[in-house]
Design a protein around this ligand. Structure first.
Ligand SMILES: C[S@@+](CC[C@H](N)C(=O)[O-])C[C@H]1O[C@@H](n2cnc3c(N)ncnc32)[C@H](O)[C@@H]1O
Length: 261
């Protein structure tokens, strides 16, 4: 039996959080090194199940995570409580396209939208989103954006990301593999996630799951336009290790927008 899944599989059960945060933590530490833990306010846009904001809150920072998925927000609230940072890490339901409304006009010192989230939105929608993120930023603040650099696969017809075997929060095993192909070469990609899901812990029954998502290909030029404003400085990186962005080779496109005082 094959299922089309949307909410059956929790986002937190698809990602190896230990590995991911180990890779990303030093980058966040560096970006935040000049910010005051007591005073800086942080906004995690499309926060998923809250792992990043909870990590930053454990370091002493405070902020808000916003996501459109009720399931993700519930999981994030649970994670903050389990980590005893519920006073510093708050999570609310909200649409990224109306993010200023969701945070009731609050201003922030560090705003981030990572995990390839921006790639699901059209150019017009991204412009609405990024303008709002800029508006929500205090002078001296920073925006961090991360998307996958699909152009590094320009010459591939089909490619795969690492197969991943993970135990879900209910104890069952979940194996998944992500297959990518061009929908429109160098413009749009289709991702197929195929899962093999154990019916329950220790069960010998497995079911197949699949999910299809389309992403826009984003490039440096999509973000360069924000540089025009003299109060904004835009920096491009190719990963979370501070390597320069190379369109043909970099796995990621990481964008930092500084709002000059
Ligand atoms: C790939 S996940 C990234 C989550 C997290 N930022 C990370 O890096 O792991 C994309 C997230 O965007 C959220 N999302 C999708 N559409 C949204 C919207 N219109 N407004 C707010 N969040 C949205 C999803 O619910 C999901 O949690």
């Amino acid at each position: 039996m094959e299922i089309e899944w949307k909410d059956e599989i929790l986002y937190k059960d698809l990602v190896k959080w230990g590995d991911r945060l180990k890779k990303e933590a030093p980058f966040f530490k560096k970006i935040l090194e000049d910010m005051s833990k007591e005073n800086a306010r942080i906004l995690d846009v499309s926060c998923g199940t809250g792992f990043h904001l909870v990590m930053l809150s454990k370091w002493g920072f405070s902020g808000i995570g916003v996501d459109i998925s009720e399931q993700n927000v519930d999981e994030a609230v649970k994670l903050a409580k389990e980590s005893s940072v519920q006073e510093r890490a708050k999570f609310i339901l909200g649409d990224i396209l109306e993010i200023e409304k969701a945070v009731e006009g609050e201003r922030f010192d560090f705003v981030y939208c990572i995990g390839n989230t921006l790639s699901i939105f059209s150019a017009e929608e991204r412009n609405i989103i990024i303008q709002q993120l800029i508006n929500a930023l205090n002078p001296g603040g920073k925006i961090l954006l991360q998307v996958v650099n699909y152009l590094s696969h320009s010459n591939d017809d089909v490619w795969y990301y690492n197969p991943n075997l993970k135990r879900s929060s209910n104890g069952s095993l979940n194996f998944h593999i992500r297959m990518m192909e061009w929908k429109e070469r160098n413009q749009k990609v289709t991702m197929y996630v195929h899962n093999i899901l154990q019916a329950s812990k220790d069960s010998e029954d497995f079911k197949l799951g699949k999910k299809k998502t389309e992403f826009f290909v984003l490039r440096k030029d999509d973000f360069k336009k924000y540089q025009i404003n003299e109060k904004l400085e835009v920096t491009f990186l190719g990963d979370y290790y501070w390597n320069e962005f190379d369109e043909e080779k970099s796995n990621d496109l990481v964008v930092i927008i500084d709002k000059i005082v």
